[in-house]
Design a protein around this ligand. Sequence first.
Ligand code: UD1
Ligand code: CA
Length: 462
Amino acid sequence: MNDLCTVILAAGQGTRMRSKLPKVTHLVAGMPMIAYVVEACRSFRAKRTLVIVGYQADSVEEALADEAVEFVCQPEQRGTAHALLYTREALTGFDGDLLVVSGDTPLLTSATLDGLLQAHREARALATVLTAEVAEPTGYGRIVRSARGELLRIVEELEATPQERQLHEINAGVYCFSALALFDALQAIRPSAVKGELYLPDAIALLRDRDGGVQACRASDPDEVRGVNTRADLAEIHRLLWRRAALRLLAEGVTILDPAHAYIGPFVRIGPDSILYPNVTLEGQTVIGEGTTIHSGCRIRNSTVGDDTVILDGCIIQESQIGDGCQVGPYAHLRPQATLRQRVKVGNFVEVKKSVIGEESKIPHLSYIGDTSIGERVNIGAGTITCNYDGFTKHQTVIEDDVFVGSNASLVAPISVGRGAIIAAGSTITEDVPANALAFGRAQQVNKTGFAATFRSKERKG
Ligand code: UD1
Ligand code: CA
């Protein structure tokens, strides 16, 4: 089998988006559009993956910072064929197959790419182009075939005759090429009459009559090949992607009360008998267990939630881990690296950051817990704050098992509270508390008998 390299086209600005950001960095369900394309290509374990960048190359590179890809710069964007020319040097000596994908087709699946690759290899073609029969072909290159159905060429919308515009088979912008044949053909591509750009689809007509020839491979799901050129396309992509995820989860035994208002990314996994209320957003690599209920208005990103947990309305949960049988919210904020073990309760208006909360501990109301380790069966009273920041550095708080913190305490870190200790309500704790001690950290109360009445009558006379 021939070696495989992948090339992803991502140098364009995306003028039709009317945006300062490069098109492929726009977020789709919380992830940059191009990350979906990289993900779809991942399963091929291609020898190399080259991403062609140009317009605001830095932001595209940043969007793919964690990926095993190489960047090639196309300093001026003079068309898709012009872009491919810049990979020539990086691919010197490579004579295998090139899988070329646009960075703006986030719904493509690896199954479809695999079909394209198989078809290409079976036919030993020089080029195989992915096509789709669509109801609304406007904006796409059209596939022109002979009377016998053979692929002849691809014509761009702008250059198409009125008859060609009637064609409903479109170019998906995804191709397999024999690398050597492609680089040969690129030499021969001339600027288009209308836009002056070098069009990659023109390679098809140039390779058609050569040994091996060209072919089209039709995608079974036309929605998959949708490109994003405008904000309207971006909205449409979201609609399709959310719908696809909702249908998958319904089939897997998840209750989604209103699938039209369930905003679930494609990589999210949810166990059976979980329930999603309307207007829940689940992004990135989020995993939800079985029998868990998520109420309206929650947004959960790159987080794990266990079984039989209830997330009440209006919570924001990011890069966090929640165990089984927990209750979170309403209106709780779990910031990155919040870990709630089993049966933890985090109540309303509580913010937790970079902290571990042990089994059966409770933080029911109005607290900030940051850079803290909380043991098991701890109760944190309403309004308690860990003062973790001195303006320069973040400091740790340690609260051991079975501690009871009264309401409205301030724990000034670094600080540790020993097992079984009690902290009096309203305390400001600046020194470590030994195990089983009672700590008061507040001014002594003074009652002046009758003083209020005397004060009032003086004021009235005066
Ligand atoms: C392209 C195809 C069209 C196809 C459609 C499918 C061409 C000429 N046309 O049109 O036949 O139906 O995709 O979605 O290829 N890019 C570069 N450098 C450039 C120009 C573009 O890297 O100089 C990148 C863009 O960033 C984008 C991709 O190539 O990711 C496609 O470019 P775009 O302008 O969106 O092409 P379309 O007009 O959609
Ligand atoms: Ca496009």
